[in-house]
Design a binder for this molecule. Structure first.
Ligand code: HEC
Ligand code: HEC
Length: 249
């Protein structure tokens, strides 16, 4: 594709995106504006000081609640918040999500090349999909997520424990506690303990979510004593459990 047609292509995408996102947003805001003030009931629960204060929180705070601290988004989360806008429908020739045919040749270039194109941009594909605030690792995770959905076997770079918001990093402190306490049973499966890395043994225990499995383990279950006999804090036990579970799902 020549330079001038590429830039014409880019501005066409700009117009399409503006139409797709801007117009409904504008319509929504216009309706909000038109209907606001119609029923301002100061006694309503949405008008309490706390509720109003909550709505006046800076956007950045809300963003952290939604997406976790910077750099912690999973491939799926990045895909859904950024990449999907083009790759879901195949906008502007973007290879569609889970379309193995459209992706096969691209996957053949290898993970590193795809990542380079996704981070730096490639023809009508903008750098980082247009979301400059994504970290390189977040983009990598999204590429792995998208590639894998189309038949690749890429490994999604892990979200570091610290970036995931825990002050106690499962990969460091959790691993240490695991090695000193939990390993005694979970390494070889003593007394029916689900083994480290044994996905089949862990799957049924994780069906109600990781938090619920951890809550059970804090109290103890069957031959597993409360916190596996660990005498440290619940938070530290949780890091050890996360280390164990992350390796087993
Ligand atoms: C504005 C639309 C748009 C968005 C948003 C977008 N892409 Fe793309 N993407 C494209 C288009 C178009 C292509 C095909 C470019 C080509 O081959 O000429 C593409 C191609 C790709 C490729 C294949 C590159 C190659 O070497 O073949 C990858 C990987 C990719 N996108 C990843 C992503 C990721 C990850 C995100 C989100 C962070 C994203 N894209 C967001 C439009 C988009
Ligand atoms: C004395 C052996 C023993 C030790 C030590 C031990 N566990 Fe366990 N653990 C077990 C057994 C046995 C089970 C399965 C119990 C059952 O389902 O009856 C289990 C189950 C679990 C479960 C799954 C709970 C569920 O929802 O099914 C988690 C999570 C867990 N252990 C975490 C840990 C962590 C983290 C440590 C270290 C801090 C640890 N365990 C130390 C024996 C042990």
């Amino acid at each position: 594709m020549g330079g001038s047609s590429a830039s014409a292509f880019k501005s066409a995408i700009g117009i399409i995106l503006t139409a797709l996102i801007g117009v409904p947003l504008f319509a929504y805001l216009a309706i909000k504006l038109a209907t606001s003030g119609m029923s301002t009931d100061v006694t309503s629960s949405t008008m309490t000081k706390e509720a109003v204060a909550a709505r006046l929180q800076p956007v950045a705070v809300v963003k952290i609640v939604d997406g976790g601290p910077p750099g912690s988004k999973s491939g799926k989360a990045v895909y859904e918040s950024v990449c999907m806008s083009c790759h879901d429908a195949g906008l502007a020739g973007a290879p569609k999500f889970a379309d193995a045919g459209a992706w096969a040749g691209r996957i053949g270039q290898g993970f590193e090349t795809l990542v380079k194109h996704a981070i730096g941009g490639f023809n009508a594909m903008p750098a980082k999909g247009g979301a400059a605030d994504l970290t390189d690792d977040e983009v990598k995770r999204a590429v792995a997520y998208m590639g894998n959905a189309a038949g690749a076997k890429f490994e999604e770079p892990k979200v570091a424990g610290a970036a995931a918001g825990g002050a106690i990093d499962p990969a460091v402190k959790g691993k240490e506690i695991y090695a000193s306490v939990c390993m005694a049973c979970h390494d070889s499966g003593v007394a029916g303990a689900p083994k480290f890395g044994d996905k089949a043994a862990w799957a049924p225990r994780l069906k109600d979510g990781v938090d619920s499995a951890i809550a059970i383990a804090v109290k103890g279950i069957g031959a597993m004593p409360a916190k596996g006999g660990y005498s440290g804090s619940d938070e530290e036990f949780k890091a050890a459990a996360l280390y164990l579970i992350n390796a087993s799902k």
